[in-house]
Design a protein around this ligand. Structure first.
Ligand code: ADP
Length: 373
């Protein structure tokens, strides 16, 4: 079977690593021939995943296509789908998640709880809705990793408002942020991975570390899982999806957003779960039975981010010390150049003891630094 991946970043790289366990011929389309996934696939095509002709020509001889990022040419995927190429997820589902406006409307029409919102077409729409503050202002398209998101607390903050289609969302008082990965086979069977909980760095406003399975009262876990499954059932698309949720101080559960693809919040499933998110997606694409999502052991993830002030050829300071630690798995994405804030890798820790997970996560953060030569 010939399977193409649109995008050759770290997620594509890990998907390809897992492909070695199956009989599959892999193809990657990406603009940069030095991208993390380029040397792991059978066939690499240099080109834009946003260009209709490029995506269509890449896909027309393939059996199936999946994505590692939403920002792809959906019209080309629709044409390919109409000609018999299987697309995971379906282009109709992709369309919903490419736009934060369509995504919010999808939640409303499927009675899935998500923070109250209004749609703004331009900056003026934001300004005239000042009664909606404090709000989280989200660019409808093109935002990624916190870019395209502004917190607007008071009218003075309007100077930071986007002058483009966007969503203005009521600020939720978040007690815990979690993510649940769900997947659906061609036959409509579904599975749910255990929830992961995110801990943000209060200064950098970036993920500090992640723990899985999330520690939550059973009732809240059930509620969250039911909501994540409701997203999948509303979509009715085979594929794998990461549903990010907020739990507020009144124990309400809200969907923040859904990624229609393998996701950073599922990196740990490689070592910590019987079937990883990557294994699961291959099973779906290749038509095999779904895997077992249970955790073998609890786990933590620490991201390796380019340190402040360092640009150029990446150097991993402290790598030997971390590689010596027990039950710790280092994943470097093979990016040669670092810059502040760039995602360069991640480290997974497994242990039955959550205290040990937290201790090691902290130790790794303080030991392993991505600097430049
Ligand atoms: P991105 O797609 O760039 O990751 P998100 O929509 O996930 O952006 O928002 C980034 C972060 O902003 C979230 O992880 C959360 O901490 C915060 N956030 C987003 N929406 C809200 C909200 N309605 N209320 C409170 N905090 C929010």
């Amino acid at each position: 079977m010939k399977v193409g991946i649109l995008g050759g970043g770290q997620l594509g790289r890990m998907l390809l690593q897992q492909s070695a366990n199956f009989v599959v011929e892999t193809y990657v389309l990406e603009n940069d021939e030095h991208c993390p996934a380029a040397h792991l696939c059978h066939h690499f095509t240099k080109g834009s995943i946003r260009d209709f002709d490029t995506v269509y020509n890449f896909g027309k001889h393939l059996d199936a296509i999946t994505i590692e990022i939403e920002d792809v040419n959906i019209e080309a995927l629709e044409k390919l789908e109409s000609e018999g190429v299987k697309i995971y997820p379906k282009p109709a589902a992709l369309k919903i998640f490419k736009s934060k406006i369509l995504q919010k409307q999808f939640y409303v029409s499927n009675e899935i709880p998500s923070p109250e919102f209004i749609i703004a077409q331009n900056k003026n729409d934001v300004i005239v809705n000042n009664h909606f503050l404090p709000a989280v202002h989200k660019l409808a398209e093109g935002g990624y990793d916190g870019k395209g998101v502004e917190i607007l607390k008071e009218e003075n903050d309007f100077e930071r408002a986007f002058d483009a289609p966007s969503v203005l969302e009521k600020m939720v008082k978040i007690k815990k942020e979690i993510a649940i990965i769900v997947a659906m086979s061609d036959a409509g069977e579904t599975v749910t991975f255990p929830a992961a909980e995110m801990h943000a760095d209060p200064v950098l406003n970036l993920l500090d570390y992640q723990l899985s399975p999330a520690i939550l009262p059973e009732k809240l876990l059930w509620k969250s899982e039911a909501i994540a499954l409701a997203v999948l059932n509303g979509l009715k698309s085979p594929g794998l999806f990461a549903v990010e949720l907020f739990i507020d101080f009144d124990d309400n559960v809200w969907v923040n957003e859904t990624a229609p693809r393998v996701h950073n919040s599922g990196h740990h499933t490689i070592e910590a779960n019987y079937s990883s998110q990557y294994d699961m997606l291959w099973r779906i694409i290749l038509g095999y039975p779904l895997g077992n999502t249970n955790a073998i052991l609890p786990s933590a993830i620490v991201n390796l981010i380019g340190a402040d002030g360092f640009f150029g050829k990446a150097k991993y300071d402290g790598l030997n010390d971390v590689l010596k630690m027990e039950n710790v798995f280092v994943h470097l994405y093979g990016k040669t150049q670092t810059k502040p804030g760039r995602k360069m890798g991640h480290v997974t820790i497994v242990s039955s003891d959550y205290q040990e997970l937290r201790y090691k996560a902290n130790k790794i953060k303080n030991t392993l630094k991505v600097i430049s030569e």
